[in-house]
Ligand binder design. Structure first.
Ligand code: CUA
Length: 310
């Protein structure tokens, strides 16, 4: 019965979100019933003309206080833990997820597939495979919202955000922008087309290839002069980036961090914050120079260097 009250749920995540939502409504409904019952009961019991004492003092029970306070705290913690687990899980894509980038721009979504195929306002993906969507914006805040998958994530200028889901049924699902972003906000919609894996492969083959994110990052890496210091023989020594991704890095203040995407991104935009142990703080900040899609491409390139490393 619950299924009929919600929109179609063609992903595991959607079913879990619906179950959480239904449980919250059921719990709140139960509380409302209990409170309503007690209010009416006491209205009748202590109505004008009855002889019951209304002070309540002589019947105070400290143990009872403890029990209902404790129960309420436990219930609140369970609900918190349950929803936090779902939320955290949604932000941690499995390593084998298909990596899609979606860039919000007034007023369209620009999607890119791993091999460089691009589309605007539509996204073709295979069924039963985790899909990771990395979001960026070229101008203002947008929000990537697919009601059927119960996912919504803001694309914020200056930040990389991501989310993932696994579609479990083929079909076409609506995509909306869920953050007011200007005059044509309401027209910033698109569709997600979930296909059988072999159909998806055929669809990919039929698209013009385009420049991949990694290739674009490599081009920027040379054009911006990163390669001058980070690849070898220049006058300034800089950390070697091959094999860096997901390895521990010792910093000059003694901290050790894992070089994940966020670390690499921060190191490009604000290199003065985390100086690698043994190196001088000479790298200029690229914070004001790169737009988000460019930063994303550079990070993808540096990430790809890990695969070639011994
Ligand atoms: Cu983009 Cu609203």
């Amino acid at each position: 019965m619950i299924q009929n009250l919600f929109p179609d749920a063609p992903s595991q995540h959607a079913r879990e979100v619906d179950f959480l939502f239904a449980s919250l409504v059921a719990f709140a409904g139960l509380l409302t019933l209990i409170m309503g019952f007690l209010i009416i009961r006491y209205l009748i019991r202590f109505r004008v003309g009855t002889t019951h004492s209304r002070s309540g003092r002589e019947s105070h029970d400290f143990r009872l206080d403890l029990i209902w306070t404790g129960t309420a705290v436990v219930i609140a913690l369970v609900l918190f833990g349950w929803s936090a687990r779902l939320y955290i899980d949604r932000n941690r894509p499995p390593p084998d997820a298909l990596q899609i980038t979606a860039i919000g721009k007034q007023w369209m979504w620009k999607m890119q597939h791993p091999d460089g195929q691009r589309e605007i306002n539509s996204l073709h993906i295979p069924v039963d495979r985790p899909i990771e969507i990395e979001l960026a914006s070229e101008d203002v805040i947008h929000s990537f919202y697919v009601p059927s998958f119960r996912i919504k994530q803001d694309a914020v200028p200056g930040r990389a955000t991501r989310m993932w889901f696994t579609p479990t049924r083929t079909g076409t699902y609506s995509l909306f922008c869920a953050e007011y972003c200007g005059l044509e906000h309401s027209g910033m919609r698109g569709e997600i087309v979930v296909m059988e894996p072999q159909e998806y492969a055929a669809w990919l083959d039929a698209q013009p290839q385009g420049e991949t994110l990694i290739r674009r990052g490599e081009r920027l890496f040379t054009a911006l002069g990163c390669s001058g210091c980070h690849e070898g023989d220049g006058p300034i020594e800089a950390p070697n980036l091959s094999g860096l991704f997901m390895r521990p890095v010792g910093l000059s203040d003694g901290r050790v961090v894992i070089a994940d995407r966020d670390y690499i991104r921060d190191s490009i935009l604000r290199p003065e914050r985390d100086i690698v142990a043994g190196f001088r703080p000479v790298m200029p900040s690229y914070g004001g120079l790169l737009d988000d899609p460019e930063t994303m491409a550079l990070v993808a390139y540096i990430e790809s260097l890990a695969e070639d490393a011994p």
